[in-house]
Write a protein that binds this ligand. Structure first.
Ligand code: SF4
Ligand code: SF4
Length: 88
């Protein structure tokens, strides 16, 4: 029997596990549409979205070294400000 410990990684360790190479699609954020709610940053399973102030408003900044292109951020964004684009 395979131990589940061998199939999963410790949470919040993406910064030592570069997952960007897995990606086939890349999230592109439209900062005009974005309302700065930070939901994408909270939900990202790789913890690779950081909210940064742009013109005094919080906007998401994605670290593509770690974004695996899962699309969760785009799916959950309440104003559909994130689009997934092909990235081979
Ligand atoms: S979930 Fe959408 S609206 Fe909220 S911060 Fe992210 S991109 Fe902006
Ligand atoms: S697609 Fe979005 S939610 Fe998925 S890893 Fe990349 S930034 Fe995170």
């Amino acid at each position: 029997m395979i131990s589940m410990k061998k199939l999963t990684i410790k949470s919040n360790t993406s910064l030592v596990n570069k997952t960007g190479a897995w990606r086939t699609h890349k999230p592109i954020t439209d900062n005009v549409k974005c309302i700065g709610c930070s939901l994408c940053a909270k939900l990202c399973p790789e913890n690779c979205i950081e909210m940064k102030p742009i013109e005094n408003k919080p906007k998401p900044l994605t670290d593509y070294d770690y974004c695996k292109g899962c699309g969760l951020c785009a799916h959950e964004c309440p104003v559909k400000a994130i689009a997934m684009k092909e990235d081979y």
